[in-house]
Design a protein around this ligand. Sequence first.
Ligand code: EPU
Length: 420
Amino acid sequence: MDSFLIKGGVPLHGEVTISGSKNAALPIMAATLLTDEPCVIRRVPDLSDTRFMVKILESLGATARFADGTLTIRAKKIRGYADYELVRKMRGSICIAGPLLARLKQARVSLPGGCIIGARPINLHLKGFAALGAKIEIAGGYVEASAKRLIGASVFLGGRAGPTVLGTANVMMAATLGEGVTIIESAACEPEVVDLANFLNAMGARITGAGSPTITITGVAKLHGAEHEVIADRIEAATFLIAAGATNGEVTLKGARPEHLRAVIDKLNEAGVAVERRGANLVGRRKGKLKSADITTLPYAGFPTDVQAQMMSLLTLAPGISIITERIFEARFMHVSELARLGADIEIEGPSAIVKGGRPLSGAPVMASDLRASAALVIAGLAAKGATQVNRIYHLDRGYERMDLKLQKLGARIERIEEK
Ligand code: EPU
């Protein structure tokens, strides 16, 4: 298992190009199952998760070519069941269910288990499929959805933690080839849902309202091939802005979309990190001393749960008390004990982490537990004095494209230690 060795204390300076969004790319890749014609998707980040999705699509019968960020894929003839182990390994792969159900009227996928950040049920996805007329059966670790016809319906997809991103994607995709009009209420408003809707519309779907809580899908008989460029990864952009603030540096982001980062930029400003537009670029830099800030994660356009861990690393450096409340995933504080190894003072009280910030961090060996926790540990390591070894970096490779190389270009002393 590879690890990163970071020698901290170097302010980051320079330019970094933001990759395509992982969480937009995964459902868009799944959407190519909706047509037997070829699709071309550009700016697909080269990550273990996207490569894994290619494997899943190939296992269903698609032929794919993935090179230089462009995925050319054709799902000419496909089958409706996915390999148990493949789907189980990556939770994001649940979004193949909607397209399979739409195109074949049958989908059988393994039930995604819980994961380190929380329970992660799919009851809302299934509620949506059932509303369209699918019969749902759960047996032997699989969920099977089947229907003679999918018929448009009105479905409320709000859950205990608000809307569901992949649930909205799944039901939206299932409804594209249904008969009549489907209305999703309490739909997720994330930019990744909008990007998917744009791709589906380019394929001939009739979707309006994506980006708002009410999405209307008018079913069509057939979808065709399309070309699309995936939006910039707002979580990667946020991670680099935070790293600039944490190391007292100045980083210019190329290709980021500031309009997708409003909540993050607002909190960074409050915490003493200035973020400003310079032409088409976005620049993040420390503005005086860091300050404590309170954060609550919320569905879009609120502060994203996927940036909570990285922001916690920054706030450990800010004098005073910051309260970080996690409202989306109940167990997403695995990074707290690892940050403590670097000297951070953080206590967990129910859904909140109380950060007593301002103590300098010092390097130590730490263990990455999930994707965003890994990014938080890298940021903390970059800001800490001395050497930090972040183990189990495969979590980070799932969602950040060549992060070590991008950081090296910004002057960070970081190297990948490959375990043979
Ligand atoms: N939920 C339910 N029932 C469902 C589905 C979700 O109760 O049927 C709950 C979840 O347990 C959670 C909340 O609803 O409490 C929100 O979960 P959501 O369904 O929105 O999460 P997701 O779609 O499975 C995507 C991203 C996550 C990101 C979340 C929230 C992908 C591949 N994953 O997951 O990304 O944290 O939305 O924004 O798009 C990451 O990239 O590190 C990551 C975990």
